[in-house]
Design a protein around this ligand. Structure first.
Ligand SMILES: [Cu+2]
Length: 503
């Protein structure tokens, strides 16, 4: 590991979401501090040497987020967000997906390398209210922090806003050997960063807060906790940070400009740890951080800020000294050779508000935009045509593949972008070159992960095919979706909030 400590956010400052007219600044909530909710691990229904079985239930509930009335929320096996789902590399995973919500949803495994479209859980894998479905796959990817969220386009944003998002953790033997905190819930915790706006009686009202460039609220919510604190009882803490917000970027730093070390990104460990005092994370990205509280004593408090707003506090208690040293090299990152003769694939993200598009088109569930032979390895150039002044950064995500970031406008990627990624933030006026490989069959989505941009049409889809075994997939269509939602919500089709359709 280099001794260099990075002290800036890397991204083009004019592209911060703070520069958008509709940006809502965070405010420190005027409610007492509450103990951080640490989601429990979801208990497998059964586990053998070779297989794990789970039941994941999307459900309605009520959560005490603020003093007074409880907030109506949705979650997975919980009233909000969910339990953390653990997959061990090498095991066959069997999951029953149950929908106990009043409307259709899908279960998308963000970052998981699986077949599509059903297992991947994008818009073509609806589970209707009261129904359940089974998926099965082999977990065969490195240890990483992934996540599960709803993805019924174009209704993803509203369902995530209500709470349908939870952490998924993959473990493996490589991780087991690293000298890092591993006691889940004690010194290894997920931090799901979101923001919300609370209306009358502490309720959420997505439609009232709607903004086509992304819905935000002034109140930070971490793991479904408002104004959280965490009791630190070990010298080192591993924070698996996930930006689970619909649109907000988080510019994180601690009090005293405390240094911290990033050891992992979206798809697993970085090749080398990287030290920071400041870190920006954009929608759907993950950053696996180690914070060392060595210089602090019991009774001290360390504060985590986003911009200049305190979003969480770490209360320091007695801890045993921890002299473990991270190795300079953590893991090797795969780097397959590009398939000879393949052209550089171009993805152009353009527009803002209702005008967002990919390659000049809005998303169509029935249209396949690109076909890839299984095993192909290609360079993909992802361009954001927004203006440098006043334009937005788009976090670009691909389903079912972990890619490498090769360059940003021809320059080296940021120092924490040398690991596997499934989401990359593209600055206005920038082209990011990725090396992408396709190892799973199916129809998959690629899109901006500002959820309102994705629902608004900044999304495309690709099919990965095997020429010797062609397949036909049943693809979802707008008519079927609208009819289902109209019935489930008890509103006429014309009164449904369908961002992609009302333009
Ligand atoms: Cu976007």
């Amino acid at each position: 590991m280099s001794d260099k400590v990075y002290k800036d956010y890397f991204y083009d400052e004019p592209a911060y979401n703070t520069h958008d007219g509709g940006f809502i600044q965070l405010e420190e909530p005027k409610v007492p501090e509450q103990k951080l909710r640490v989601p429990a691990l979801l208990k497998p229904d059964k586990e053998t040497d070779s297989d794990m079985y789970y039941t994941v239930i999307a459900q309605q509930g009520e959560t005490q987020l603020l003093p007074g009335e409880k907030t109506k929320t949705w979650g997975y096996n919980a009233s909000i967000l969910g339990k953390t789902i653990l997959f061990k590399r090498g095991k066959e995973i069997h999951i029953t997906l149950k929908n106990e919500l009043p409307e259709v949803t899908t279960f998308h495994w963000h970052g998981l390398d699986v077949d599509g479209p059903v297992t991947d859980g994008g818009c073509h894998a609806p589970v209707y209210p009261g129904e359940s479905t089974q998926i099965h796959f082999k977990c065969d990817q490195p240890a990483a922090t992934l996540w599960l969220h709803a993805h019924p386009c174009p209704q993803t944003a509203i369902q995530v806003w209500k709470g349908l998002a939870t952490a998924v953790v993959v473990t493996d033997d490589v991780e087991a050997k690293l000298p890092i905190p591993k006691n889940y819930g004690v010194d290894d915790i997920p931090l799901i960063l979101q923001d919300r706006h609370f209306h009358k009686n502490n309720q959420l009202d997505y439609l009232a807060d709607y903004d086509p460039d992304g819905v935000q609220g002034p109140t930070a919510m971490i793991n479904g906790t408002i104004n959280p604190y965490f009791d630190v009882t070990t010298q080192k803490l591993r924070l698996r940070v996930l930006d689970g917000a619909n649109r907000r970027e988080w510019r994180l730093h601690f009090s005293d400009d405390l240094e911290f070390t990033q050891i992992g990104s979206d798809g697993g460990f970085l090749p080398e740890p990287v030290k920071f005092t400041h870190l920006m994370i954009t929608c759907a990205e993950r950053a696996d951080l180690i914070v060392d509280f060595k210089g602090y004593k019991p009774g001290d408090t360390v504060t985590l800020f986003c911009d200049d707003v305190a979003i969480m506090r770490f209360r320091i208690h007695e801890f045993a000294p921890d002299n473990s040293v991270l190795p300079n090299h953590l893991v090797d990152i795969p780097d397959p050779a590009v398939t000879p003769g393949s052209p550089i694939h171009k993805v152009v993200m353009s527009g803002m508000d209702e005008e967002v598009k990919i390659n000049g088109k809005k998303f169509d569930m029935q249209r396949i935009d690109d076909r890839q032979k299984i095993g192909n390895v290609e360079y993909w150039d992802i361009t954001n045509t927004n203006d440098k002044d006043g334009g937005m950064l788009h976090p670009y995500h691909m389903h079912s593949t972990q890619f490498r970031i090769i360059s940003r406008n021809g320059h080296d990627p940021y120092p924490n972008e040398h690991g596997l990624k499934d989401t990359v933030a593209v600055n206005p006026g920038e082209t990011v070159r990725l090396k992408v490989w396709f190892e799973h069959l199916g129809v998959f989505m690629n899109h901006c992960h500002i959820l309102e941009h994705e629902d608004g049409g900044m999304m495309a889809q690709f099919e990965v095919y095997d020429p010797n075994h062609p397949k036909n997939y049943k693809l979802m269509d707008m008519d079927t979706l609208m009819k289902a939602l109209s019935k489930e919500r008890g509103v006429a089709i014309k009164d449904l909030h369908i961002p992609g359709e009302n333009m």
